[in-house]
Design a protein around this ligand. Sequence first.
Ligand code: DAH
Length: 340
Amino acid sequence: MKEKLQAMRDALERELDAVRASEDVEALRVKYLGKKGELTGLLRSMGSVPAEERPAMGKLVNELREHIEGVIGAKKELMRAAGMQLKLEKERLDVTAPAVVRPIGGRHPIAAVTKELEDIFIGMGFDIVDGPEVEYDYYNFEALNTPPGHPARDAQDTFYVNDKVLLRSQTSTVQIRTMEKTKPPIRVVSPGRVYRSDAVDATHSPMFHQMEGLVVDKGITMGDLKGTLELFAKTLFGEETKLRFRPHHFPFTEPSAEVDVSCFVCGGKGCSVCKKEGWIEILGAGMVHPNVLRGCGIDPEVYSGFAFGLGIERIVMKKYGISDMRLLYENDIRFLRQFG
Ligand code: DAH
């Protein structure tokens, strides 16, 4: 009996040493101390031990049971602590480590200037509206008082999807779309892409950006056009900016004008930005032609309006001193980064 107890103690020791998971420790407890466990079996067989040896034997068995309970408990505690340590290691977080810096993009200069223009007109009570780039000939030309065969079409040759559908050559299309949908008073600006079948060079691109403006109400005059554009130009280029209206012709306005601002670099003395002219042309404008109003179901005897259209690239280039338009479309990060 004594030898059996010693053998059991030794076996348990080896088995505990080999244990890797806490479930295995529990399995060992069951193996020795469970209802059908080895030590429990030994206790049951005490009956066969001679009566005079029983107390001494009983004492030994009890000692062994206490021993087994002790080492198994200790092992369980050890494994729990080790598990916790492992978990802590795994979930360790160094809050002092430098953060991962994700680069944040900046606005493209065309987008930045577009936003600036929008903000100025929003400040004057204009709404921003949008129109399609793939457009009907009707909206791009015909409804703008430019029927087939009209010479003004030549200067705006564009890309055709078919006889009736084209890539719009001007944002003036949005004038018509707006007047068809809304009753006066109308006060909108509409920035967007336009297309022309121009060869690429430093000042031309088959795709560029314009912003259209349209105001229609009772009693709108050329004075309103001048006042609006003057406030716009002073906000964009500075308080000292002067405007110059030169007579011009557009089919959809009468009278029409091309509008220059005094050079914001030299103030009008003449420099490389204004090409020694002292003035920089920024837009076309005029009073909406009665034919255009009538075509949209607006009575020109009751209502009048003004419109203007400006080239966004031109303003971007003058503003930032960019001499080659192609830089704006190459997406060279070294160029774009300068505009943050
Ligand atoms: N759409 C004209 C162009 O692309 C610019 C323009 C001129 C727009 C006069 C207008 C305007 O609204 O009234 O050349």
